[in-house]
Design a protein around this ligand. Sequence first.
Ligand code: ZN
Length: 205
Amino acid sequence: MAQQPYNDNLTPKDLRVIEHARKKWEKVHDSIPKDVLPIVSEGNPVLRTPAEEVPVEEIVSPKIQHIITEMKKTLLTQSDGIGLAAPQIGIPLRIFVVSRKVFEGAHDDVVCINPKIVKFSKEKKWMEGEGCLSVRWVYGKVERSTKVTLRAYDEKGNLFERGAGGLLAHIFQHEVDHLDGILFIDRAKELEEADPEAIKKEHKK
Ligand code: ZN
């Protein structure tokens, strides 16, 4: 039995939605290509463990560069995926990748290492339709700041700061949560299970 999210907003119906979607996913997740690291699902303890910082001098090491390459490869297998955190492929390090799909004209994903949100807008909104590649086919409303500023290292080891609104602000908050062992279902309400065929074109993180 998987651990249930700690979330007072969730009703027994929400918990049934999670359980039902989980069973459906277990039946099909073997279809993921075998040459990439598979995405781990909710219930796996690695998703609940705060991830460790990457020593800055190790960012350019073959080991960390390999992890980043594997993360990009795994994310590319998910046509609807727009973000992936290292714990989602079983690696408890503070790294996440935002898909190039999010940035117009971009040819590579954006890598954020040891990210920290240094500013949250006071304005918050219950964003609809938040989902996660580790909680397949479950969607809900999550209250998020509409703007944030993220400070992180890029894959070359350079520190950068980036302000974000809209979808990118939403992704940053979702991915940093992953690195703290938090899943969106811990913050969500009004969960729904979507039909995998119907949502192929939608976005998950
Ligand atoms: Zn996620």
